[in-house]
Design a protein around this ligand. Sequence first.
Ligand code: ARG
Length: 679
Amino acid sequence: MNLSAYFRARFQTALSSLTDDPAPYAGMIRVAADPKFGDYQSNACMSLGKKVGKAPREVAAIVVDQLDVAAVCEQPEIAGPGFINLRVRDEFLSQSLFGMLHHERAGVEPADHREKILIDYSSPNVAKPMHVGHIRSTVIGAALANMFRYVGHEVITDNHLGDWGTQFGIIIYGYKHFGDADTVASDPVPELAKLYRLTNELIEYTKAKASLSTLQGKLGEAETFAKTESQAAGAAAETASKAAESESKAAAKESKKASKAAQAAQRRVAAVQSEIESAKAKVDAVEADPKLAAIAAEHPDVPAAVLRETAKMHEGDAENRALWEKFLPHCKDEINRVYDRLGVSFDHTLGESFYHDRLPGVVETLDKLGLTTESDGAVCVFLEGFESPMIIQKRDGAYLYATTDLATLQYRQEVFAPHRILYVVDSRQSEHFEKFFAMAEPLGMNDIDLVHVQFGTVLGKDGRPMKTRSGSLIGLESLLNDAVSRAQQVACNPERLATMDPPMLADEQNQIAETVGIGAIKYADLSHHRTTDYRFDVEKMVALEGNTATYVQYSYARTQSILRRVAAEMSIDDVPAWLVENTTEDQLQFREPAERALALALVRFEEAIDAAIAAYAPNQLCDYLFETAKAYSTFNDACRVLGNTDPVVLRTRLALVVMTGRVIEQGLQILGIGVCERM
Ligand code: ARG
């Protein structure tokens, strides 16, 4: 049972005699911070007291009188200024634990309303190697898909590959000028990556070089402005220091304002300076290398040439289409290797190219609806509440990212008719999605709930974007390999191996390293709230201490090790099956606080999943698993399982061990993370 939801519903009823709008007050239920105050606590009476003009304790007395939670709780208590404390009855916990033992999904009930939910995730731009930024959408999207499926929704996953954009213009240009047909044929993936990197470097170089003179101009302007502002601030400060008492307050305020403006102008100077530095670095990177410099001199206008190659491909130029068809399968092989390693798959992979023929139709539909405006030769849609329009076709006839998203939405409605679509995409695209969603209504698609599930950036250990020394992004595969080899050192070091009986052979060690290493990277990503940036620190990720997959996986391995020992001691093959067959509900009783605390943690599994689903926030499930693993560790230290002669103690403890294992296994599985039978 979802206890929080149960309490909210009960409070809703109890509060309805006091207010017409009980829902927000009913929602003020929290897990109690200290077991002293019970298990859950409501602080609704404080705010409600203010609203109805009564003392909070008085309101609390009325609420408690009306509150019907006897099926789950002891008599509610009023504490302090008007908190209501709830303590779950032990019999309810043992009943629930007993129910979980017999339940396929560890007590998690299916959602009340089954929905069809389409999840658009991963969606990398192929033709360039996958980097660490790609991990977020892939891992968060897969976890969301698993969560929604777990509670019975119909989920359709679609990898909206960027397989039709400028990145193909880049490798086509690269191939035509620097490529080698034999190498592409024999060793395509690294060769295409090399061509992408070289051409892209030339683009960056050309753009950086061209931007330098504009940037110098900007710097001059910014410096002049900063000088004026700083003088004004000086003058304002002087005025303030001399002001008569009656005017001193206003003058001080003016001076503060001027000083803030001067600081802002100074920051602007620093920002332009850093832009110049990064442009110079790009120029230097090429010019310091004579071979590269010679290539750059021979190819003075790569950015425009790449756009032309892309446009030719879109227009159906035979040579470029043939190259696209030749390259695309190799690009897919490359990303599929990463997906295999991550254990991620999709129901559909309908890339941007799939929608190419539908793009003119989008413009036509919008035209017919009278939504388009021509602006500077481009076709635009002006939307209420947005400063800039959404461009759907450029002056040269090219379509844009937004046009494809509109065509995709039409297709998805026709073919899948989902209730909801989740777009698991970087926060930096939030403006695009706001505009795009605003178009759904005039297009007659307001019955689909469109959600941008956005996420922040992965940073290096130093808090800056992760780059190699040469400035390119670090490939995802090398990070995965690094995590796996570190996991091997942590989980299979000689000291640990010496304690293993039977000995752990190389195969099992490698399997553990892979499960722990990949799990560590996924968990680190999922355990941060998705909208925050986080630092990629492999050492911390694979550590056995802290909120890591390794810690949670280790707890699981401990439960299995105990079950193996019990099996040997009692000569039973399958301990969980034996337990289910030989235990009655009244044989589950908590005599130690650690037993009760662990049971309560386990019963909260459904609540954690519901909360993670409601906020599209897998980190809530991570936090839950971490708390449960900690409760298990306390239990493990305090309560012996082996060698118990008392049938109640033995069964209760076994039930806790079995269910801890199952909840962790299923919880991690939802997050896309595996477990190991021993570690
Ligand atoms: N390929 C895009 C990128 O890498 C992400 C696509 C997200 N999905 C979408 N329907 N726009 O930025």
